[in-house]
Design a protein around this ligand. Structure first.
Ligand SMILES: CC(=O)N[C@H]1[C@@H](OP(=O)(O)OP(=O)(O)OC[C@H]2O[C@@H](n3ccc(=O)[nH]c3=O)[C@H](O)[C@@H]2O)O[C@H](CO)[C@H](O)[C@@H]1O
Ligand SMILES: [Mn+2]
Length: 356
């Protein structure tokens, strides 16, 4: 009987056994859907089967959000689906202010006239209705896939066909390493977005989802319908369309999941070393300037009383001034991100809390 050992010197053996600084990231969901990170795909191989594919990108620039459009389009032109055919669908009520951005040959911007809603929640939530309506009316005949993005963001690295599949969602950057218990699913049992606490593996971001036109049509139609049921019952899910998107993706598992490379906010979050690329990042946003004076104004005191430690903590971590948290939405976002801060800064926070 022969022993088949390979010859390894003592120093090589030491090197092999020495623990390395590996970072383990999840690359499939429990349903075996791939989770897309840098290094898990090869664009050169993937581009060929998608050669004749047309991709539709939906983006909303309603009211003052039109100010973000120029940078959004300019950066998308450089990074989004390079080498493939893209139709940009810009839903807007501000036609006169849509910038004339020179795009790659064959690409086009299609302006879609839509109405606005008095508050930002209304605009954000009605995106589902508008995407659903236009999917049926034209997208189904014009493109193969739809990518539905927030517009107050910019592309900062390659974002290509590796994301395409029948239905995909993006891990929310605030919760990709968070404990399942902290996910901000809708816990009010009266809402259609209600999510039992012991279900769901991932928390998805409202600002980046997509898939085949048929699947996106189904998703947006279903989300709109349940939001209307909530509306009739005078209920609004805490995270609006994002809450309903999460509920939908619990019941209809995505076939691909995008890592937080595909949605990040450098001002709010510490970038971990394993996040090798940031492909789509938040632009700085001043809510006061975006909204009309008096609209959505909010007194911080009531929330500070409700949750003073969380808010103080978040303010310290983010370096924000109290005066910058001027709207209810800001404070909600602060509280949501505070959970992340707790998880990411664990050690520091313990000592910080002891000092309070
Ligand atoms: C990055 C991300 O995951 N963002 C989600 C998050 O908040 P965000 O704080 O990112 O929401 P937001 O203020 O960016 O609003 C969502 C989007 O609606 C559009 N818009 C909004 C208001 C307006 O007056 N005009 C206008 O055009 C615009 O395209 C914007 O990007 O949670 C929201 C629901 O609470 C949505 O699910 C967002 O997609
Ligand atoms: Mn946004």
């Amino acid at each position: 009987m022969s022993h088949r050992f390979c010859r390894v010197s003592a120093s090589e053996l030491c090197a092999l056994l020495r623990p390395r600084r590996w970072t383990v990231v999840l690359v499939t969901t429990p349903c075996f859907a791939p989770i897309i990170w840098d290094g898990t795909f090869d664009s050169a191989i993937l581009d060929t089967p998608f050669r004749n594919t047309t991709i539709g990108l939906t983006v909303f620039a309603i009211k003052r959000y039109v100010v973000f459009l120029k940078v959004f389009l300019e950066t998308a032109d450089k990074c989004f689906m390079v080498g493939h055919k893209v139709n940009y669908y810009v839903f807007t009520d501000q036609h006169a202010d849509v910038p004339n951005v020179l795009l790659q040959e064959g690409w086009q911007v299609v302006n879609l006239e839509v109405c606005n809603y008095p508050c930002w929640q209304g605009v954000s939530m009605h995106r589902m209705e508008m995407i659903s309506n236009f999917s049926k009316k034209c997208f189904l005949h014009e493109v193969d896939y739809l990518v539905c993005l927030d517009e107050d963001m910019m592309l900062s690295d390659h974002l290509g066909v590796e994301i395409l599949f029948s239905l995909f969602g993006t891990l929310h950057p605030g919760f990709y390493i968070a404990d399942h218990q902290t996910f901000t699913y809708e816990h009010c049992s009266l809402s259609q977005a209600h999510f039992p606490r012991d279900e769901g593996y991932f928390y998805y971001a409202g600002g980046f989802f997509g898939g085949s036109v048929l699947q996106v049509h189904r998703l947006t139609k279903a989300c709109h319908q349940v939001m209307m049921v909530d509306h009739t019952n005078h209920i609004e899910a805490e995270w609006h369309d994002e809450s309903h998107l999460n509920k939908y993706l619990l019941c209809h598992k995505p076939t691909k999941v995008l890592s937080p490379e595909y949605l990040w906010d450098e001002r709010m979050l510490c970038r971990p070393p394993f996040l090798r690329k940031l492909r789509y990042v938040a632009m700085p946003k001043n809510h006061q300037a975006l909204w009309n004076r008096g609209e959505n104004t909010f007194s911080i005191n009531s929330h500070m009383q409700a949750c003073p430690v969380l808010l103080t903590l978040w303010l310290c971590l983010s370096g924000l001034q109290v005066t910058q948290l001027c709207t209810e939405k800001d404070v909600k976002a602060a509280t949501k991100l505070c959970v992340t801060a707790f998880l990411q800064q664990g050690e520091h926070l313990n000592s910080f809390l002891q000092g309070i």
